[in-house]
Design a protein around this ligand. Structure first.
Ligand code: PMP
Length: 361
């Protein structure tokens, strides 16, 4: 039972402790005689979870009072549309930095809504680095700048975010929010689907500066309007109560385990160990991302030939490793090592990589 080594990209590994707590409370939550899934979203019991998740987020990410935290549905993909729908006015341009398929998708949705521009792109080299060398657009013409902080598919991650001065900076942090310390003040809007570091699919976190809420036009469809969700404390309609409960448990677990400081330290350790193995393999394992753009969440690599890569993946599968296949758009291998993946699993993978190199192929 549960002897798999889960390196899935998302939905991904969850801490066993969290799963056990959810299991324990599944039939009778907090003495209510009901499962969390059976409680009204207007009940006091549920309200405590809903508020609790927001308070934990605020504390763990050090979110200042100027920001509103929204718990929405539709995944990060719906944010690709909601961001331009709410923020982009007809007289201005939304600028996108293309660092992978997810940022391309975000840009394509924005194009349907208004004027857009591309500030920088690493598409020509199959997105193997963070394109952070560009000049800022003119403040008066720009509605916002959008970037993807961690590129789940290619395994690249921003280290130093652009300083946008007075242009709002929007970030898709789906695959690295809560994995490290960030200064929220550098951003104006952050969004993330929960199914990597924050829990399970179904809830999307949006952290938005309150002043930006004024940009939401009342002509927008109600459910796509940030201002309406903010006014209703993300309870305009029935929220995904179970996903928010799991988010709450994950946040509690992160706090108990040392907060984002400790998560960052552990994630650095895990990533360093894995990249070292790749670098020391004399070209047997080949990393995809350029060194200064390497992600601490998704480690992407391949072997010399496609045949060898497939053999590696097959053997890894036989040994109980799950989710090591690269995304279908790039192939190769990818180890996703989010917060809930223990260092011991990464060490097991490293041992397997060494064994495969020495005697299994
Ligand atoms: N952005 C990033 C960086 C992602 O990794 C993903 C999903 N893997 C998405 C957006 C899309 O998220 P969702 O499936 O929640 O719409």
């Amino acid at each position: 039972m549960r002897n798999t080594l889960n390196f899935n990209a998302g939905p991904a590994a969850l801490p066993l402790e969290v799963l056990l707590e959810a299991q324990q409370n599944l039939l009778d939550f907090d003495g209510s005689g009901m499962s969390i899934m059976e409680l009204s979203h207007r009940s006091d019991v549920y309200e405590r979870i809903h508020q609790g998740a927001k308070v934990y987020l605020q504390k763990l990410l050090r979110i200042p009072q100027e920001f509103e935290i929204l718990l929405l549905q539709g995944g990060a993909s719906l944010q690709f549309s909601m961001v331009p729908m709410n923020l982009l006015s007809t007289d201005k341009t939304a600028y996108y930095i293309l660092s992978g398929v997810w940022s391309e998708k975000a840009w394509k949705e924005a194009k349907k809504w208004g004027k857009t521009g591309i500030l920088a792109s690493s598409k020509d080299t199959n997105y193997n680095f963070i394109p952070n060398d560009f000049s800022m657009p003119e403040v008066d013409s720009a509605s916002y700048i959008h970037l993807t902080s961690n590129n789940t598919i290619y395994g690249t991650e921003w280290r130093n975010y652009p300083s946008s001065s007075s242009i709002p900076l929007v970030a898709d942090m789906s695959s690295d929010l809560l994995s490290k310390n960030i200064d929220i003040n550098q951003f104006d809007l952050i969004y993330a689907g929960a199914q990597k570091n924050l829990g399970t699919a179904g809830v999307t976190i949006v952290i938005i500066r309150k002043y930006l809420l004024e940009r939401s036009s009342e002509n927008l469809p109600t459910m796509l309007n940030y201002q309406i969700h903010a006014k209703n404390n993300s309870l305009y309609n029935t929220p995904p109560t179970f996903s928010i409960y799991i988010l709450y448990l994950i946040l509690k677990w992160v706090e108990k385990n040392g907060g984002t400081d400790r998560m960052e330290q552990l994630n650095k350790e895990k990533a360093f160990a894995l990249y070292s193995k790749i670098d020391e393999s004399n070209g047997f394992y080949l990393g995809h991302a350029k060194e200064n753009s390497r992600s601490r969440m998704n480690v992407t690599f391949k072997l010399l030939t496609e045949e060898l890569t497939n053999k590696f993946l097959q053997k890894a599968n036989d040994y109980g490793f799950v989710g090591l296949n690269g995304h279908r758009s790039v192939g190769g291998c990818r180890a996703s090592i989010y917060n809930a993946v223990p260092l011991s699993h990464v060490q097991d993978l490293i041992t397997f990589m060494e064994e495969f190199k020495q005697r299994l192929y």
